[in-house]
Ligand binder design. Structure first.
Ligand code: EPU
Length: 429
């Protein structure tokens, strides 16, 4: 078993360079299936979610050439079968984007239900299925959890999503770019990765307008060609280092970011007592005074991102006074709070609301990363705590943070990855 050992105490200081955005990459990689020629993808983050998706493409018959650490050429213009089996999807939620891209290109997709972060509640896909049906596809989920989608032809349609969903917005866009006629998607997600996917598809010859607003209009086209495209920087990775800098009373320059994407995070950090200075493609975060209590509610973009909620809560455990954190996107995203409590945090959760009463100091404890962002929150808590925090189940963190140990270490953090014998597994044998 691998663990992180995080030694708390010191402020983070220095510079860190942000990688390509996970949630843009995991939409764009399945989208290469739509191209009738090779695509060169730049600024690809080196994380396990991305490796899984490349593995799926390879199994489908795509040819992949790694050009350098962050650039990959993919030729998925010819694939064997539009079928993605469970062994390949079980670790990865975004594998369901292959439904949209395969349906768009081949009018048929067979994709096993995905895995991914489990926050403790259900993660429905009804809006994806509603969108595919409106485009003329028949979908069913067989008892083994395989989603079958088929269409004689895809026809443009008017779709109003009942909830704002990133996943359904992406998946339906992927199919609709090759539908006949015009598709209008209303009440769509507006996250930066939605805009990035639209820009990528447009660079392949698609005709998508309105990405980043509530309404996306797609004029279907018959062919999409290969392209070269650079993925945007990761808003959440940047936000994580911003919060870590503020939480430790540090001074960190976070480079390769789009400051506009960070505005909601910047505003809450400023309210909590940090100073955030924006540059063209960097932000500097410092904090010298106390952490101040704040109220915060997560919402779809441009609201405060749910994927920053655990990290922010970790910081607020040491605020002066009581903060209120409300989760407005997921039914249940406070599973990690039990782990913070083990470190001495005072947090009460009632449904979607966490009341965080600041304590003078966190103390190190053995904890588990219950999901990706929970893992990031525990690293931040570990950096704030006295003693050495041991974090288990770090594979969650490696799904979405490139070189996390190296990047935190370069800021002066005491963080190491260690391999230890798995006693539970030994006993079971
Ligand atoms: N929802 C439905 N029906 C659907 C789809 C979603 O009711 O068919 C609901 C969900 O239950 C949830 C809300 O809509 O309450 C938003 O879900 P969304 O579809 O937007 O989430 P997602 O696409 O599954 C992506 C990110 C998540 C991020 C959410 C919200 C990717 C690969 N994942 O998930 O990122 O939390 O959007 O912004 O893009 C992470 O990176 O740590 C992560 C979990």
């Amino acid at each position: 078993m691998e663990k992180f050992l995080v030694e708390g105490g010191g402020p983070l200081k220095g510079e860190v360079v942000i990688s390509g955005a996970k949630n843009a990459a995991v939409a764009i990689i399945p989208a290469v299936i739509l191209a009738e020629g090779p695509c060169v993808l730049e600024n690809i983050p080196n994380i396990s979610d991305v490796s899984y998706l490349f593995k799926i493409l390879q199994e489908l018959g795509a040819r992949i050439r790694i050009l350098n650490k962050t650039t990959v050429e993919v030729d998925a213009s010819v694939i064997r079968e539009p079928v993605v089996p469970y062994e390949l999807t079980k670790n990865m939620r975004a594998s369901y984007y292959f439904i949209g891209s395969l349906l768009g290109r081949y009018r048929r997709a067979e994709v096993a239900m995905p895995g991914g972060c489990n926050f403790g509640g259900v993660r429905p896909i009804d809006q994806h299925l509603k969108g595919f049906a409106a485009l003329g596809a028949n979908t069913d989920i067989d008892p083994g959890g395989i989603i079958n989608a088929k269409a004689e032809e895809l026809l443009g349609s008017h779709i109003y999503f009942d909830v704002v969903t990133v996943g359904a917005t992406v998946n339906v866009m992927l199919a609709a770019v090759r539908a006949k006629g015009t598709t209008v998607l209303e009440n769509v997600a507006k996250e930066p990765h939605i805009v990035d996917l639209a820009n990528f598809l447009n660079s392949m010859g698609a005709d998508i307008r309105g990405a980043g607003t509530d309404v996306i209009k797609i004029h279907g086209v018959e062919h999409l060609h290969g392209t070269t495209y650079s993925i945007i920087p990761d808003q959440i990775e940047a936000g994580t280092y911003m919060v870590a800098a503020a939480a430790t009373g540090g001074d960190v320059l976070i480079r390769n970011v789009i400051p506009k994407h960070l505005e909601s995070i910047t505003a809450k950090l400023a309210a909590a007592g940090a100073t955030v200075t924006e540059y063209d493609d960097a932000v500097r975060v410092t904090r010298t005074g106390p952490i101040r209590k704040i109220s915060l509610k997560t919402l779809p973009h441009p609201g405060f991102p749910t994927d920053m909620q655990p990290q922010m809560t970790a910081m607020l455990t040491a605020a002066e006074g009581t903060s209120v954190v409300t989760e407005g996107v997921w039914d249940n995203r406070f599973k990690y709070v039990d782990e913070l409590r083990r470190m001495g945090a005072h947090i009460q959760v009632d449904g979607r609301v966490a009341v965080v009463e600041g304590v003078r100091e966190l103390t190190a404890a053995p904890v588990k990363a219950t999901d990706l962002r929970a893992g990031a929150a525990l690293i931040i808590a570990g950096l704030m705590a006295s003693g050495v925090t041991e974090i288990e189940d770090i594979y969650h963190v490696e799904r979405g943070y490139e070189d996390v140990v190296e990047k935190f270490s370069s800021l002066g953090a005491g963080i190491r990855k260690v391999s230890v014998p798995d006693h539970a597994a030994e006993k079971a044998i």
